[in-house]
Design a protein. Structure first.
Lengths: 286, 233
């Protein structure tokens, strides 16, 4: 007796016109879809492991996994003699509605993905974005969380972060800050510059290179104004800035150089006599 | 002062005092160094205190792993190799060790540290800065303040090269101590801007003892890959 595989595959199963071949084809497509989905999800998880928090990379991997399975299911479905045209019409209408409803969500999602790959900000960075200044606590799929220096939690939608100017204060390893130091006109500016340089030189985090710069910048109304440019590690600059200023002030005062108190010298046209005469005149009128 | 101690001990040398003793019935570790003090209560029956020199860069705050050694410029002809000796700053690490674990208890050091930027402000990296003269032989050093670095510089390029600094990843640093603190390093000059630096795991003199490394105590896995200097030398 001859054994014909083709005939066996074409035997109807009694459910409409579905044959064994249809069932096998449906199963194979779905199995291949599941395998592809698993491989893609594993790789997505691995790629995103360092870029996203674990819960978000897991969510993203699952999303891709199910999209691929649905795609395989839609491809395999005609084998079960299922008419997809009705589904497509319904899906089209539903897609339109969902599209309008989730416009901002998708926009935030896409912005979040761009932020994750472009990486203008990282966790712990001190930034200013959309008029919010603080440190980055989390970069999520839809939003970025910032903790302000007052300890306030602020969630900014990723679309806003992506389209705003981002100032990242710690992106570069070092940053410069400036002091304006005022001394009296009678003080020795050269000595003040030398003393300030010595204090800066002693501070471990006032960088050796780029070298600090201290110079007479301008002559003020009451003071000679010195300017100091100092470079510090970007993540420590605030500590250095607050620490050094007081040390410079103390060192200057120890050497007799003081910060001037604003004062004005008034000269009378005819000396003090004019003033006394005025007083006498006033008394006479009384 | 370097070595292993059990129970109570007292070590003093110049401006440094390290001891463990009983304070109000509690075993307490105490350290004084140039006026700065540190104190920690120890709850231990089997623990040992280990004191040895450690790789620099933890003081006053651990902000970088890089160490920049600056020295007078030297011109090296193509293909030439020269071994020189430099002085590098030493920090002192105090570890507490039991049969199962070792932990950093304290890090201190003499003198002031200074940090610098190696490279341009936009891409550069922060490094601990140290300036040294160049010595043809092992120079005398202040034991607790300085160590000796044997640096073998090799010019692998086809041009004369001026070398005046070397940047190392101090995580890779292997320190040995005996009569003095020492480490060995290599520098391979590749071009005008590129050079590779690395440390050699070998004592400078026979009989020197290997120091416990900070990263080992901190359980930070280290792949000794050296450091690539990308912004000149």
């Amino acid at each position: 007796m001859a054994f014909n595989v083709t005939e066996i595959l074409e035997i109807p199963l009694g459910i409409g016109e579905i044959t064994l071949e249809n069932i096998l084809y449906f199963t194979v497509v779905l199995t291949v879809g599941v395998i592809i989905a698993k491989i893609v999800a594993i790789n997505v998880r691995r790629i995103l492991a360092e870029r996203l928090p674990k819960n978000e990379s897991e969510l993203f991997a699952k999303l891709i996994y199910y999209i691929i399975i649905i795609w395989a299911f839609v491809i395999a479905l005609p084998q079960l003699k299922f008419d997809l045209s009705g589904l497509l019409v319904a899906g089209g209408v539903a897609g339109l509605v969902i599209g309008f409803a989730s416009q901002s969500v998708v926009s935030n999602l896409i912005s979040g993905l761009f932020l994750m790959f472009e990486r203008p900000i990282k966790l712990g960075d001190n930034i200013n974005v959309a008029d919010v200044t603080g440190s980055v606590e989390d970069v999520r799929i839809l939003s970025t969380v910032i903790k302000t220096y007052d300890g306030i939690y602020i969630r900014i939608p990723n679309e806003k972060v992506f389209t705003s100017n981002i100032t990242n204060y710690v992106h570069n390893a070092a940053r410069r800050f400036t002091y304006e130091i005022r001394i009296r006109y009678e003080d020795d500016a050269d000595a003040a510059i030398r003393i300030a340089r010595e204090v800066i030189e002693k501070h471990p985090f006032a960088l050796k290179n780029p070298a600090p710069s201290v110079f007479v910048d301008n002559f003020g109304e009451h003071s000679v104004n010195l300017t100091a440019y100092i470079w510090a590690p970007a993540r420590n600059w605030w500590d250095v800035r607050t620490d050094l200023l007081w040390k410079i002030k103390q060192a200057l005062e120890e050497n007799g150089i003081e910060i001037p108190i604003p004062q004005r010298t008034v000269r009378f046209v005819d000396g003090l006599e004019g003033k006394n005469r005025g007083v006498e005149t006033n008394r006479g009128e009384e | 002062m370097f070595g292993r101690y059990r129970d109570t001990f007292h070590q003093e040398s110049g401006d440094i005092m390290v001891e463990t003793g009983s304070v109000d019935g509690l075993l307490t570790y105490r350290r004084r160094c140039e006026g700065r003090t540190f104190e920690r209560i120890l709850v231990s029956k089997t623990g040992e205190i280990v004191i040895n020199p450690v790789e620099p860069g933890s003081l006053p705050k651990d902000i970088t792993d890089l160490l920049m050694m600056e020295f007078p410029p030297m011109m090296i002809e193509p293909g030439a190799t020269q071994t020189v000796y430099l002085k590098f700053p030493v920090e002192i690490g105090v570890f507490i060790e039991s049969a199962r674990d070792i932990e950093v208890l304290d890090i201190f050091g003499l003198g002031n540290q200074k940090y610098t930027l190696y490279g341009p402000p936009a891409d550069g990296v922060i490094a601990l800065y140290c300036r040294s003269a160049i010595y043809p032989d092992i120079p005398p050093v202040e034991f607790y303040r300085e160590g000796v670095m044997e640096l073998s510089i090799q010019n692998l390029s086809l041009e004369w090269m001026e070398v005046s600094c070397a940047v190392f990843n101090s995580v890779d640093m292997m320190i040995y101590y005996g009569d003095f603190v020492a480490t060995s390093a290599t520098m391979r000059v590749l071009s005008r801007t590129l050079a590779e630096t690395d440390f050699v795991d070998a004592p400078l003199r026979p009989g020197m003892e290997k120091a416990v490394e900070l990263n080992k105590a901190r359980k930070i896995p280290v792949l000794n890959r050296g450091h690539l200097m990308e912004w000149g030398h």
